[in-house]
Design a protein around this ligand. Structure first.
Ligand SMILES: [Zn+2]
Length: 474
């Protein structure tokens, strides 16, 4: 590009556009592309004789020195065209032993998350939302990916990155994520499991043969060998086969569409701890049905409360993680996923060690809490108002989030010091689950405040994720 960033920024300023300097990318054909803002609107800038986007299209063009510069809105249609030219903007399958998911419920923090994640040897999963989160934030799989891709584009990040359609429970959700181009699909078995087990006599011959194949097999865990018990395998087959049939069907939908993706199965939100027999059955059954498992999220022992550290015996967690790692190595080589990774500093290093560095960790609420922290510091009156709204809607917010939070644990008013307020476990938990009602009631005010304090918001998000990554990887 012959145009200097300074000259470009200067030229754009005349049109009310703010150049995001780190976003400029040179294109093979001699042009260049960049991200800009016009007020709070996101813009694509294109330097070249012709625009890549077909007309009619809302656009403006200008001359900066002798260069023709096109400005387009950042829309789904434009992103689709752009990612054909810039593969770094497309989510891809994971290519590393360690991976980390950083959900961004507001769709404003991806660039800050990248700033943390790119310093560590992890594959970043930058779009990661569940249908539960989508419903509460009024977003869809497209808009989540569009926001994450904006963070990639604006930060100049060269990728690769993943996009996780998290906790999918039906085909319609799966198809929507597939249409948007997600690279990771998390099949949550909870709803299917709630329909109850199938009688042994009604199981498929394949399920029974998997039980026969696995019975009495030894798994070599660090704490000693463990033999898979036939009775537990039979129970797992009865319980899991109906749910796994849905995973097989989902994998077929993706295959029919020519989508090559990472597939995760999650049972982390079920009541009972996942046994090694259940894990082995899930892995081998899916293999026999032609489904390659990328990761399994078991239900680990101990209490995983939102917004607070792990509550349970770390040693028990370590043993379970090591045993599940041994099962994964013996039956397929997939990785283990740890969900609800937000604030779980006590077990993050243990998880890395137990898995031998082959793992996936998901966080989401912790990034949202940083946004709340920025609001609290910047405008205490808005923070107090949000707290009152959240308290009034506690029952609604907790409907999808089983947490131990008791209403009487919440103070009637918050201390003036925002750090002291957010150090209160009950207050933190309340904010963690209240994002839906708060964005519904005060979304524009929250967003405007975060835009006005973008540097502070990004620093808070980056430093918080770095604390997680340090604990996990150092
Ligand atoms: Zn989960």
């Amino acid at each position: 590009m012959m145009l200097s960033p300074e000259a470009l920024a200067e030229g754009l300023r005349l049109y009310g556009l703010h150049l995001i300097v780190g976003s400029i990318r040179e294109l093979p054909d001699g042009g260049a592309i960049f991200a800009a803002r016009q007020g709070s609107e996101r813009r694509i800038g294109w330097i070249g004789e012709t625009s890549p986007f077909p007309a009619p299209d809302p656009r403006m063009s200008m001359r900066v020195q002798e260069h023709l510069v096109w400005i387009h809105p950042w829309t789904w249609a434009h992103y689709r065209i752009l990612r054909e030219r810039l593969p770094a903007l497309s989510p891809t399958r994971c290519d590393r032993p360690a991976s980390f998911g950083a959900g961004d419920r507001l769709g404003m923090a991806t660039a800050a998350q990248i700033a943390a994640l790119e310093r560590y040897p992890v594959f970043p999963v930058l779009a990661q939302q569940s249908p539960r989160e989508l419903a509460r934030t009024g977003r869809d799989f497209r808009s989540v990916l569009l926001d994450a891709a904006w963070g990639v584009f604006a930060s100049g990040f060269a990728g690769p990155f993943g996009a996780d359609a998290d906790h999918l429970q039906d085909d319609e959700q799966l198809r929507a994520a597939a249409e948007a181009g997600y690279s990771l699909y998390t099949f949550d078995l909870r709803r299917a499991l709630a329909r109850g087990p199938r009688p042994w006599e009604a199981l498929s011959p394949l399920a029974r043969s998997v039980v026969a194949e696995l019975a009495d097999r030894r798994v070599e865990a660090p704490q000693g060998p463990r033999t898979l018990e036939e009775s537990a395998l039979r129970a797992a087959a009865c319980r899991y086969e109906p749910a796994l049939e849905e995973v097989v069907r989902g994998a077929e939908i993706l295959r029919d569409q020519g989508i090559d993706a990472d597939l995760e199965v999650s049972v982390d939100e079920t009541e009972e701890e996942t046994t090694p027999e259940a894990h082995a059955f899930i892995a081998v059954y899916l293999q026999r049905r032609g489904v390659a498992l990328w990761s399994l999220a078991p239900r680990f022992p101990g209490v995983f409360e939102k917004a607070v550290d792990y509550e349970g015996e770390v040693e028990r967690f370590a043993q379970a993680a090591a045993l599940h790692t041994a099962v994964a190595r013996t039956f397929g080589g997939h990785r283990l996923s740890l969900h609800s990774g937000s604030e779980k500093f006590r077990i993050l290093p243990v998880f890395r060690e137990a898995t031998g560095g082959r793992f996936h960790v998901k966080t989401s609420g912790t990034t949202w809490l940083q946004a709340v922290r920025v609001v609290a510091r910047a405008v205490p009156a808005l923070f107090a108002e949000l707290y009152a709204i959240a308290r009034a809607h506690l029952e609604e917010s907790r409907r999808d989030y089983p947490i131990a939070l008791q209403p009487e644990a919440l103070p009637p008013a918050l201390p003036d010091d925002p750090e002291a307020a957010l150090a209160d476990r009950a207050v933190r938990q309340l904010f963690h689950i209240s994002y839906g009602v708060l964005l519904r009631e005060r979304g524009p005010a929250i967003r405007a405040l975060l835009e006005a304090h973008e540097a502070e918001h990004f620093t808070a998000v980056r430093e918080n994720l770095e604390r997680h990554l340090e604990a996990l990887l150092k």
